[in-house]
Unconditional design. Structure first.
Lengths: 147, 432
């Protein structure tokens, strides 16, 4: 393997993008009185820290198809997939099933583990005796209303 | 204890994380411009396809679907490498990346059993969290750790993690059957010289007198011998030394004699070089650039012009460097030649901070903020988001990468897709 220079400095998608509280940093009028909020430490919220618990192990994927709409995943939505989260029953997972990467809910159906859709047209896929490999667990779905 | 974590067939493994259906298939990754094979999956190796095999020789196999060839996707590999380093940092006190797919870890204060357990845990974790298969070699020195890693890769018995204690029968047996050329830092040339003095195996090197080795060969070789005995004497440079010159060059996708295209290629290389220059905090005093015709086209006239343009004052400003490139282009260009490669090298570098402190010459650094902003945007949004001048996407010098996979982790519009039901992606793709 040739040693290529690593051009990418960081893998962490944790660009801090704070949403400032405007009122806390503002001054109270022109009279020169100090803001009553001055003593409160200004806080900002970083969406990354909320949605991404393990930056190194987190990957973004795009959802395709309509059969998970019942659980809030629409065509084109952005999935925040964490590979370090164990797949428990009830979680939404990305898995390689029959040579295809699928987004499904990992759940019991008639007492055995299945990959389930929220759409009646797509019956649950039985995991017993199927070749299925977990890719990651969906931690969050981002659905954008405006471009 | 020192560990070496080395990813198996790293480039291929990166491709497989995002194309899981390639698992178990013969996969190769090609060099820039899809020239030759630079990374092979175990299956491709088993077919007897050597490293460096020209891609065109494999075209038949590829078309018949027997092998899968990818263009190199350095953006993806670089990101996965950074993730690997970060994952190791979260588990080990100290990590030193050695190359894109090899990282040394330092486990001081743990006994052998603990180190072995950590190696096993790390290997499992990297495989699950990043999808990358790695092997771990553990030993008292860098050189032995490298060997241990080699053993972990080659011998299934170790299941990917091998700890070599310096003074055991196992290590001795291993070193005795290992050709000296396999030892870290011993190249083929040196191995030939060593063979003349009767040193053919790693064990013979280890048993040689370091003083003699030092006298007859080099200090480095003497240290290597000591390292094989388990005495640490190689230091990893934790901090990369700033480079003395910065070069960006590349072969074209297809040869060209058009002046605008050549100039354009030089301009792109100059912009990339200037960015690297700013990253390491240096200023350049001069710009060296070159063009070369194809060595393989003996039927065409050959020419390899060079131009060295001094800068008025040391600078890291892309615009001043581009002016120099323009000047150099005028000097180099000759009509009637078909060029295959272009490069830009920034030379005579000085440290920006030190230079600014000197009173002799104020640097020509008119608007450092502009350059900083350009770099920040390109780093965040992807290489080439902001660039100087227009680029022709069909230009001959552009990289040929017909089979490049998506840049899954660094471009929003190239993310991996997953379907909510079988056939969803195929339906979407055909609809589009």
């Amino acid at each position: 393997m040739p040693s290529q220079p690593t051009a990418v400095a960081t893998a962490l998608p944790s660009t801090p993008l704070p949403l400032p509280f405007a009122s806390l940093s503002g001054r109270a009028g022109f009279s020169g009185f100090p803001s009553p909020a001055q003593d409160y430490e200004p806080r900002t919220l970083d969406l990354n820290t909320r949605l991404i618990k393990h930056p190194t192990q987190t990957f973004y994927l795009t959802a395709r198809g309509d059969s998970m709409e019942g659980w809030g995943i629409f065509d084109g939505d952005l999935l925040v997939v964490d590979r370090s989260v164990p797949p428990r029953l009830g979680r939404i997972v990305v898995a390689l099933f029959d040579q295809e990467l699928l987004i499904k809910r990992y759940a019991l159906y008639r007492g055995t583990p299945h990959l389930c859709s929220s759409h009646p047209h797509y019956p649950p896929l039985p995991l017993e005796e199927a070749e299925c490999q977990l890719w990651g667990v969906v931690r969050a779905v981002i659905h954008e209303y405006l471009p | 204890m020192i560990g070496l974590v080395d990813a198996n067939n790293f480039y291929v493994s990166c491709e497989r994380v995002f194309q899981p259906t390639l698992e178990g298939k013969a996969v190769g990754v090609m060099s820039n411009n899809d020239g030759c094979v630079i990374a092979r999956s175990a299956e491709l190796k088993a077919m007897g396809i050597a490293m460096g095999t020209p891609a065109f020789q494999l075209e038949g196999l590829r078309r018949r679907g027997q092998i899968h060839l990818c263009s190199s996707n350095y953006e993806l590999y670089g990101d996965m490498s950074a993730r690997l380093a970060q994952l190791l940092r979260e588990a080990c006190p100290e990590v030193a990346p050695y190359s894109i797919d090899e990282m040394f870890i330092y486990l001081d204060g743990f006994d052998d059993a603990q180190c072995q357990a950590m190696g096993v845990a790390l290997r499992r974790r990297v495989r699950r969290y990043l999808g990358l298969p790695v092997c771990v070699g553990l030993a008292a020195t860098h050189t032995l750790a490298k060997l241990a890693n080699h053993v972990a890769k080659q011998q299934p018995y170790y299941q990917g993690v091998c700890l070599l204690a310096a003074h055991t029968a196992t290590t001795q047996a291993l070193l005795k059957q290992l050709p000296v050329s396999e030892v870290w830092g011993v190249g083929r040339r040196l191995a030939e010289q060593l063979a003349v003095s009767g040193i053919r195996t790693a064990w013979q090197l280890r048993e040689s007198d370091p003083r003699q080795l030092r006298k007859r060969f080099s200090v480095v070789l003497a240290r290597t011998a000591l390292e094989l005995r388990g005495t640490p004497c190689l230091e990893m440079n934790a901090v990369e030394q700033p480079r003395q010159r910065i070069m960006t060059s590349r072969s074209f996708g297809r040869a060209t004699g058009r002046k605008e295209e050549l100039h354009d290629a030089l301009r792109q290389h100059a912009q990339r070089s200037a960015e690297k220059l700013r990253q390491q905090g240096s200023l350049a005093r001069a710009v060296l650039m070159f063009l070369t015709t194809s060595r393989h086209r003996k039927d065409l006239p050959q020419l390899a012009p060079r131009a060295m343009i001094p800068l008025d004052a040391p600078t890291d400003d892309t615009r001043l460097i581009l002016q120099a490139v323009k000047e150099g282009m005028e000097q180099m260009y000759r009509p009637g030649y078909v060029f295959m490669k272009a490069g830009v090298m920034l030379v005579d570098l000085v440290d920006a901070q030190q230079y600014q402190l000197s009173l002799l010459a104020p640097p020509a650094k008119a608007h450092p903020h502009v350059m900083r902003a350009v770099d920040a945007i390109n780093q965040r949004m992807g290489q080439g988001t902001i660039h100087f001048g227009m680029r022709d996407p069909d230009a001959a010098w552009q990289l040929r990468c017909g089979h490049r996979s998506r840049r899954y982790t660094t471009r929003w519009n190239e993310l991996l897709e997953a379907g909510t039901h079988p056939g969803a992606i195929a339906a979407f793709t055909s609809h589009r």
